[in-house]
Design a protein around this ligand. Structure first.
Ligand SMILES: [Mn+2]
Length: 299
Protein backbone atom coordinates (compact mmCIF):
# COMPACT_ATOMS: atom_id res chain seq x y z
CA UNK A 1 0.00 0.00 0.00
CA UNK A 2 2.85 2.38 0.81
CA UNK A 3 4.00 2.79 -2.81
CA UNK A 4 0.58 3.97 -3.95
CA UNK A 5 0.44 7.69 -4.70
CA UNK A 6 -1.56 9.65 -2.14
CA UNK A 7 -4.10 10.47 -4.87
CA UNK A 8 -5.37 6.93 -4.56
CA UNK A 9 -5.53 7.32 -0.81
CA UNK A 10 -7.67 10.40 -1.37
CA UNK A 11 -9.80 8.39 -3.79
CA UNK A 12 -10.22 5.70 -1.16
CA UNK A 13 -11.18 8.30 1.44
CA UNK A 14 -13.84 9.66 -0.86
CA UNK A 15 -15.37 6.17 -0.90
CA UNK A 16 -16.11 6.74 2.80
CA UNK A 17 -18.78 9.11 1.58
CA UNK A 18 -20.80 10.86 2.99
CA UNK A 19 -18.58 11.59 5.98
CA UNK A 20 -16.46 13.92 3.80
CA UNK A 21 -17.80 17.27 2.56
CA UNK A 22 -16.77 18.56 -0.89
CA UNK A 23 -14.38 21.53 -1.10
CA UNK A 24 -16.70 23.18 -3.63
CA UNK A 25 -20.19 23.09 -2.05
CA UNK A 26 -22.91 21.46 -4.14
CA UNK A 27 -25.29 23.88 -5.87
CA UNK A 28 -28.72 23.08 -4.50
CA UNK A 29 -30.78 26.05 -5.74
CA UNK A 30 -32.85 25.80 -8.91
CA UNK A 31 -34.08 22.69 -10.66
CA UNK A 32 -31.65 20.30 -12.32
CA UNK A 33 -32.05 19.46 -16.00
CA UNK A 34 -33.25 15.87 -16.04
CA UNK A 35 -32.24 13.46 -18.79
CA UNK A 36 -32.88 9.77 -19.33
CA UNK A 37 -29.17 9.16 -19.94
CA UNK A 38 -25.90 11.10 -19.71
CA UNK A 39 -22.59 10.02 -21.24
CA UNK A 40 -19.30 11.73 -20.36
CA UNK A 41 -15.71 10.64 -20.97
CA UNK A 42 -12.10 11.80 -21.17
CA UNK A 43 -12.25 13.80 -17.94
CA UNK A 44 -8.55 13.09 -17.18
CA UNK A 45 -8.73 13.60 -13.41
CA UNK A 46 -5.19 13.79 -12.08
CA UNK A 47 -4.01 16.18 -14.79
CA UNK A 48 -4.00 19.97 -15.09
CA UNK A 49 -5.87 19.61 -18.38
CA UNK A 50 -9.13 18.56 -16.67
CA UNK A 51 -11.63 21.44 -16.64
CA UNK A 52 -12.96 20.61 -13.17
CA UNK A 53 -14.75 23.95 -12.81
CA UNK A 54 -17.11 23.33 -15.74
CA UNK A 55 -17.53 19.64 -14.91
CA UNK A 56 -18.56 20.40 -11.31
CA UNK A 57 -21.03 22.95 -12.70
CA UNK A 58 -22.38 20.34 -15.13
CA UNK A 59 -22.78 17.73 -12.38
CA UNK A 60 -24.59 20.24 -10.13
CA UNK A 61 -27.10 21.29 -12.81
CA UNK A 62 -28.05 17.95 -14.36
CA UNK A 63 -29.41 14.57 -13.37
CA UNK A 64 -30.30 11.35 -15.16
CA UNK A 65 -31.70 7.85 -14.66
CA UNK A 66 -28.47 6.38 -16.05
CA UNK A 67 -24.97 7.83 -16.38
CA UNK A 68 -22.19 6.25 -18.41
CA UNK A 69 -18.57 7.17 -17.66
CA UNK A 70 -17.05 6.28 -21.02
CA UNK A 71 -13.38 6.02 -20.04
CA UNK A 72 -10.27 8.10 -19.31
CA UNK A 73 -12.03 9.45 -16.23
CA UNK A 74 -8.82 9.18 -14.16
CA UNK A 75 -5.47 9.65 -15.86
CA UNK A 76 -3.53 6.80 -14.23
CA UNK A 77 -0.49 7.12 -16.48
CA UNK A 78 0.23 10.69 -15.40
CA UNK A 79 -0.68 10.04 -11.74
CA UNK A 80 2.09 7.46 -11.60
CA UNK A 81 4.66 9.91 -12.98
CA UNK A 82 3.76 13.05 -11.05
CA UNK A 83 0.94 13.52 -8.59
CA UNK A 84 -1.59 16.22 -9.32
CA UNK A 85 -4.81 15.78 -7.36
CA UNK A 86 -6.52 19.03 -6.28
CA UNK A 87 -9.55 19.01 -3.95
CA UNK A 88 -11.85 19.65 -6.94
CA UNK A 89 -10.92 16.25 -8.38
CA UNK A 90 -12.10 14.61 -5.16
CA UNK A 91 -15.25 16.70 -5.47
CA UNK A 92 -15.99 15.19 -8.88
CA UNK A 93 -15.64 11.65 -7.55
CA UNK A 94 -17.78 12.68 -4.54
CA UNK A 95 -20.52 14.01 -6.83
CA UNK A 96 -20.54 10.87 -8.96
CA UNK A 97 -20.80 8.63 -5.87
CA UNK A 98 -23.57 10.84 -4.51
CA UNK A 99 -25.49 10.41 -7.78
CA UNK A 100 -25.21 6.64 -7.40
CA UNK A 101 -26.52 6.93 -3.86
CA UNK A 102 -29.45 9.10 -5.00
CA UNK A 103 -30.45 6.31 -7.39
CA UNK A 104 -28.71 7.04 -10.70
CA UNK A 105 -27.45 3.87 -12.36
CA UNK A 106 -23.74 4.54 -12.96
CA UNK A 107 -21.82 2.45 -15.48
CA UNK A 108 -18.07 3.05 -15.62
CA UNK A 109 -16.25 1.78 -18.72
CA UNK A 110 -12.50 2.32 -18.13
CA UNK A 111 -10.43 3.64 -21.04
CA UNK A 112 -6.74 3.37 -21.84
CA UNK A 113 -5.69 6.10 -19.37
CA UNK A 114 -7.57 4.38 -16.52
CA UNK A 115 -6.78 0.85 -17.65
CA UNK A 116 -5.69 0.06 -14.06
CA UNK A 117 -9.45 -0.17 -13.36
CA UNK A 118 -10.00 -2.72 -16.16
CA UNK A 119 -9.16 -5.79 -14.01
CA UNK A 120 -12.26 -4.85 -11.93
CA UNK A 121 -14.63 -5.06 -14.92
CA UNK A 122 -17.74 -7.02 -13.99
CA UNK A 123 -17.65 -5.81 -10.38
CA UNK A 124 -19.63 -3.11 -8.57
CA UNK A 125 -18.06 -0.55 -6.22
CA UNK A 126 -20.06 1.98 -4.20
CA UNK A 127 -23.02 1.57 -6.54
CA UNK A 128 -20.85 1.98 -9.67
CA UNK A 129 -20.93 -0.88 -12.20
CA UNK A 130 -17.53 -1.36 -13.85
CA UNK A 131 -17.83 -2.85 -17.33
CA UNK A 132 -15.55 -3.40 -20.32
CA UNK A 133 -18.35 -2.25 -22.67
CA UNK A 134 -22.13 -1.96 -22.52
CA UNK A 135 -25.28 -1.99 -24.63
CA UNK A 136 -27.75 0.83 -24.15
CA UNK A 137 -31.39 0.66 -25.26
CA UNK A 138 -32.84 4.09 -25.98
CA UNK A 139 -36.40 5.09 -25.04
CA UNK A 140 -37.43 4.73 -28.71
CA UNK A 141 -35.95 1.24 -29.02
CA UNK A 142 -32.53 1.76 -30.63
CA UNK A 143 -29.70 -0.41 -29.37
CA UNK A 144 -26.35 1.35 -28.95
CA UNK A 145 -22.95 -0.16 -28.19
CA UNK A 146 -21.03 1.88 -25.58
CA UNK A 147 -17.23 1.64 -25.42
CA UNK A 148 -14.26 3.94 -24.81
CA UNK A 149 -12.79 3.56 -28.30
CA UNK A 150 -9.10 2.79 -27.79
CA UNK A 151 -10.01 -0.71 -29.00
CA UNK A 152 -9.39 0.66 -32.49
CA UNK A 153 -5.91 2.07 -31.83
CA UNK A 154 -4.25 -0.94 -33.47
CA UNK A 155 -6.13 -0.24 -36.70
CA UNK A 156 -5.38 3.48 -36.48
CA UNK A 157 -1.76 3.11 -35.32
CA UNK A 158 -0.19 4.87 -38.31
CA UNK A 159 -2.00 8.15 -37.57
CA UNK A 160 -2.43 7.88 -33.82
CA UNK A 161 -0.48 10.92 -32.62
CA UNK A 162 -2.03 13.20 -35.21
CA UNK A 163 -5.36 13.09 -33.40
CA UNK A 164 -4.05 15.57 -30.89
CA UNK A 165 -3.02 18.25 -33.35
CA UNK A 166 -5.93 20.62 -32.93
CA UNK A 167 -7.26 23.83 -34.37
CA UNK A 168 -5.89 26.00 -31.54
CA UNK A 169 -2.35 24.84 -32.30
CA UNK A 170 -2.92 25.69 -35.93
CA UNK A 171 -3.99 29.28 -35.15
CA UNK A 172 -0.94 29.81 -32.93
CA UNK A 173 1.19 28.55 -35.80
CA UNK A 174 -0.47 31.01 -38.18
CA UNK A 175 0.52 33.90 -35.87
CA UNK A 176 4.03 32.59 -35.37
CA UNK A 177 4.38 32.23 -39.10
CA UNK A 178 4.47 35.97 -39.81
CA UNK A 179 6.92 36.60 -36.98
CA UNK A 180 9.29 33.83 -38.08
CA UNK A 181 9.12 34.98 -41.69
CA UNK A 182 10.26 38.47 -40.63
CA UNK A 183 13.13 37.19 -38.50
CA UNK A 184 14.32 34.83 -41.21
CA UNK A 185 14.19 37.64 -43.79
CA UNK A 186 16.33 39.87 -41.54
CA UNK A 187 18.82 37.04 -41.09
CA UNK A 188 18.89 36.52 -44.83
CA UNK A 189 17.37 33.06 -44.62
CA UNK A 190 14.97 31.71 -47.25
CA UNK A 191 11.23 31.80 -46.59
CA UNK A 192 9.86 28.80 -44.75
CA UNK A 193 6.27 28.51 -43.66
CA UNK A 194 5.37 27.06 -40.29
CA UNK A 195 1.69 27.38 -41.14
CA UNK A 196 2.13 25.33 -44.27
CA UNK A 197 3.77 22.56 -42.26
CA UNK A 198 1.04 22.90 -39.63
CA UNK A 199 -1.74 22.85 -42.19
CA UNK A 200 -0.45 19.54 -43.45
CA UNK A 201 -0.53 18.17 -39.91
CA UNK A 202 -4.04 19.51 -39.25
CA UNK A 203 -5.26 18.10 -42.55
CA UNK A 204 -3.92 14.74 -41.41
CA UNK A 205 -5.67 15.20 -38.06
CA UNK A 206 -8.98 15.84 -39.82
CA UNK A 207 -8.43 12.74 -41.95
CA UNK A 208 -7.59 10.74 -38.82
CA UNK A 209 -10.81 11.75 -37.06
CA UNK A 210 -12.92 10.94 -40.13
CA UNK A 211 -11.25 7.56 -40.52
CA UNK A 212 -11.66 6.75 -36.81
CA UNK A 213 -15.39 7.55 -36.91
CA UNK A 214 -15.79 5.30 -39.95
CA UNK A 215 -13.87 2.40 -38.35
CA UNK A 216 -15.88 2.58 -35.10
CA UNK A 217 -19.24 2.83 -36.94
CA UNK A 218 -18.31 -0.14 -39.14
CA UNK A 219 -17.55 -2.24 -36.03
CA UNK A 220 -20.99 -1.32 -34.65
CA UNK A 221 -22.62 -2.20 -37.97
CA UNK A 222 -20.90 -5.58 -37.94
CA UNK A 223 -22.27 -6.16 -34.42
CA UNK A 224 -25.76 -5.53 -35.78
CA UNK A 225 -26.56 -2.63 -33.43
CA UNK A 226 -28.19 0.68 -34.39
CA UNK A 227 -25.23 2.77 -33.28
CA UNK A 228 -22.24 3.33 -31.07
CA UNK A 229 -21.27 5.77 -28.31
CA UNK A 230 -17.56 6.30 -27.66
CA UNK A 231 -14.99 8.88 -26.56
CA UNK A 232 -11.19 8.64 -26.71
CA UNK A 233 -10.34 11.11 -29.54
CA UNK A 234 -11.59 14.23 -27.70
CA UNK A 235 -13.85 15.21 -30.59
CA UNK A 236 -17.60 15.33 -29.90
CA UNK A 237 -19.56 14.35 -33.00
CA UNK A 238 -22.76 12.78 -34.24
CA UNK A 239 -22.79 11.14 -37.67
CA UNK A 240 -24.73 8.50 -39.52
CA UNK A 241 -22.92 5.90 -41.63
CA UNK A 242 -24.48 3.27 -43.89
CA UNK A 243 -23.64 -0.37 -43.26
CA UNK A 244 -25.15 -3.06 -45.55
CA UNK A 245 -27.95 -0.65 -46.45
CA UNK A 246 -28.81 0.20 -42.81
CA UNK A 247 -27.96 3.41 -40.95
CA UNK A 248 -25.46 3.19 -38.08
CA UNK A 249 -25.26 6.14 -35.66
CA UNK A 250 -21.86 7.32 -34.46
CA UNK A 251 -21.88 9.39 -31.27
CA UNK A 252 -18.74 10.73 -29.58
CA UNK A 253 -19.34 12.38 -26.19
CA UNK A 254 -16.20 14.56 -26.48
CA UNK A 255 -14.04 15.44 -23.47
CA UNK A 256 -13.54 17.74 -20.46
CA UNK A 257 -10.08 18.98 -21.42
CA UNK A 258 -10.88 21.28 -24.34
CA UNK A 259 -14.44 20.64 -25.44
CA UNK A 260 -16.39 20.22 -22.17
CA UNK A 261 -19.07 18.14 -23.86
CA UNK A 262 -21.65 15.66 -22.64
CA UNK A 263 -23.96 13.46 -24.65
CA UNK A 264 -27.53 13.26 -23.36
CA UNK A 265 -30.68 11.28 -24.14
CA UNK A 266 -34.06 12.89 -23.45
CA UNK A 267 -36.99 10.84 -22.19
CA UNK A 268 -38.35 10.38 -25.73
CA UNK A 269 -35.07 8.88 -26.98
CA UNK A 270 -33.79 11.99 -28.77
CA UNK A 271 -30.08 12.49 -28.23
CA UNK A 272 -27.96 15.65 -28.22
CA UNK A 273 -24.36 16.71 -27.64
CA UNK A 274 -24.17 19.52 -25.06
CA UNK A 275 -21.38 22.11 -25.04
CA UNK A 276 -21.25 23.06 -21.36
CA UNK A 277 -19.27 26.30 -21.82
CA UNK A 278 -22.06 27.46 -24.17
CA UNK A 279 -24.77 26.29 -21.75
CA UNK A 280 -23.18 28.27 -18.90
CA UNK A 281 -22.89 31.39 -21.09
CA UNK A 282 -26.58 31.04 -22.06
CA UNK A 283 -27.58 30.63 -18.41
CA UNK A 284 -25.59 33.74 -17.39
CA UNK A 285 -27.33 35.84 -20.06
CA UNK A 286 -30.76 34.55 -18.95
CA UNK A 287 -29.95 35.28 -15.29
CA UNK A 288 -28.79 38.81 -16.09
CA UNK A 289 -31.93 39.42 -18.15
CA UNK A 290 -34.08 38.17 -15.26
CA UNK A 291 -32.29 40.56 -12.89
CA UNK A 292 -32.78 43.52 -15.22
CA UNK A 293 -36.46 42.75 -15.83
CA UNK A 294 -37.82 40.96 -12.79
CA UNK A 295 -41.19 39.31 -13.31
CA UNK A 296 -44.03 41.29 -11.74
CA UNK A 297 -45.22 39.72 -8.54
CA UNK A 298 -48.65 38.12 -8.59
CA UNK A 299 -51.29 40.37 -7.04
MN1 LIG B 1 -8.54 7.28 -24.38
Amino acid sequence: MTDLPSGFEAFHNVANFPSIKPAVPEVTKGERRRFRTIWISDVHLGTKGCNHELLIDFLDHTDSDTMYLVGDIIDGWRLKKKLYWPAEHNDIVWRILKRAKRGTRIVYIPGNHDEMVRPFCGMNFGGVEIRRAAFHDTADGRRLMVLHGDEFDAVMLAHRWLAFVGDAAYHVMMKLNGWVANVRKRLGLPYWSISKAAKHKVKNAVEFIGKYEEVVARAAGERGVDGVVCGHIHTAESRVFMHDGSPVEYWNDGDWVEGCNALVEYHNGRMEILDWAEEVARRDIAERAAEAHPEPEAA
